[in-house]
Design a protein. Structure first.
Length: 109
């Protein structure tokens, strides 16, 4: 038997699904799952994240566009950001993606 979710949970799910509906954001997320591609990071790319500038270069996007897309993903609660001086590092929020996966799976009969 299915239980109904709270309206705010549905709103969070809808926001997260909507923000994933852009190919550049999906490309950035895929790059974030490949921290081994960024050995030049000054911090551990697995635990802390990947530098936004390095991510922009790897994605072939302007830094401003990359920051915009990452900001939307972060507002949706899908990313964790850490600042070290003037540098910003980003990594996926594993718990948020697990919740998202479970919520989408819960939509299937």
């Amino acid at each position: 038997m299915r239980t109904h979710t709270r309206p705010e949970t549905d709103e969070i799910l809808a926001r997260r699904l909507k923000v994933l509906g852009h190919p550049d954001r999906l490309r950035l997320l895929r790059l974030l799952t490949q921290p081994e591609r960024f050995p030049g990071n000054l911090v551990d790319p697995v635990r802390v994240g990947i530098c936004v500038n390095d991510l922009a270069k790897a994605a072939g996007l302007p830094q401003s566009t990359t920051s915009h897309h990452l900001g939307l993903l972060q507002e949706a609660g899908l990313l964790v950001s850490t600042e070290h001086g003037s540098w910003r590092y980003i990594r996926p929020d594993g718990a948020a993606f697990a919740e998202l996966g479970a919520a989408v799976k819960g939509l299937a009969p």
